[in-house]
Design a binder for this molecule. Structure first.
Ligand SMILES: [Zn+2]
Length: 360
């Protein structure tokens, strides 16, 4: 028998979800269906992947806006936003490249791109400044997440086994590198600006950040979902950057309309809907799982686009998630994230921490 990437067998006799004939315990395969686990004869099991997309209604048919940033690193209080992109389901596409040299007193001291960055998503014992955008992925597939302890990601600033670009194969116990991670695709040349899909001239950070904040607030004030892959990194960094430039943070701008909500974080959702699926949890891996294009991982524009499409695909695959009201979806993600971070009391708050920018 060919090795199966997902060789979990059925523990009990059950009818095959494909043909209806009985599948004796231990002989079939489990596949995640929209309503739970389905049992198949091995020859009838579909390839691993999300459940087929349905045509049900849900928030994924509403106007979604997706945000991503490029940053110098993963410490929200200290690191800087180098670029930002928003992509909307209505065709909105805005890109910003921040000219950090325009107002840094000593760019060298606080903005030191790595000379080469072959594995920026890989565990990094020294999460120093980097141009690379962190793309945390999660790896809770295994029944023993604790075995992934070496798989920390600087994005979390904690030794978080669930953050990283490797995944744990629940069956073999082996650590598998995400094949998508560590490739040159992930590594914009150090020292170069992030390349947006549409040309964006670099702007003074304060100007770009104010424009970005205005776009985001306009959207959130209408109570529509803002899609943010790993929101704690993106929104905490943005909060500190706005303060650093003497600008009003999103939370204050939105105080009258319910705060920084509703947020849709596809990373949280992906882990929630299928915690033990095979495959990595980095954005490229998740995009591949859902079959959505992701042309330039690490580029905020491409990442924002991919996150937008992942959110839509995920909702199309999981009606129970899609049908949640937007406030409910936001509230549930808070709970799911807390569950996912149960072993990590130092995990950043979802959707963000109102961190003060470091001085000096
Ligand atoms: Zn069958």
């Amino acid at each position: 028998m060919n090795p199966d990437p997902d060789p979990r067998a059925n523990a009990y006799d059950a009818p095959c979800a494909h043909c209806g004939a009985p599948v004796p315990a231990g002989t079939g395969l489990l596949r995640r269906g929209r309503r739970g686990w389905d049992v198949y004869h091995r020859e009838h099991a579909p390839a691993p992947g999300p459940p087929a997309r349905g045509d049900h209604s849900g928030w994924h048919h509403r106007r979604l806006l997706s945000l991503d940033i490029g940053s110098t690193g993963n410490r929200p209080e200290r690191d800087r936003i180098t670029g930002a992109a928003v992509r909307g389901s209505d065709g909105t596409a805005r890109d910003w490249v921040l000219d950090l040299g325009s107002n840094l007193q000593d760019p060298k001291s606080s903005f030191t791109p790595r000379s080469s960055d072959p594995g920026s998503e890989l565990p990094d014992p020294d999460p120093g400044p980097s141009l690379q955008q962190p793309k945390p992925g999660f790896s809770l597939q295994g029944p023993d997440p604790g075995s992934n302890l070496q798989d920390s990601d600087p994005a979390s600033r904690i030794p978080d086994p669930t953050v990283g670009s490797t995944h744990h194969d629940p069956d073999s116990g082996s650590q598998l590198r995400d094949p998508n991670v560590g490739s040159d695709l992930h590594s914009p040349d150090a020292g170069s600006k992030i390349q947006p899909s549409s040309p964006a001239s670099s702007a003074p950070p304060a100007q770009a950040l104010e424009e970005l904040a205005t776009v985001l607030v306009d959207h959130l004030a209408s109570r529509e979902l803002l899609v943010v892959w790993y929101a704690p990194h993106v929104l905490s960094t943005l909060h500190a950057e706005l303060l650093r430039h003497g600008l009003t943070p999103l939370a204050d701008r939105l105080a009258e309309s319910g705060g920084v909500a509703p947020i849709c974080d596809p990373l949280i959702l992906d882990r929630h809907v299928d915690r033990y699926r095979p495959g990595g949890r980095s954005l490229p891996a998740v995009a591949e799982w859902y079959g959505v294009p992701h042309e330039r991982p690490g580029d905020p524009a491409s990442d924002a686009e991919a996150a937008l499409l992942v959110a839509g695909a995920l909702a199309a695959s999981y009606p129970a998630v899609a049908r949640m009201s937007r406030p409910m979806l936001h509230a549930e993600q808070t709970i799911w994230y807390a569950e996912q971070m149960e072993r990590h009391p130092d995990a950043p708050t979802w959707p963000f921490d109102p961190v003060e920018p470091a001085t000096g």
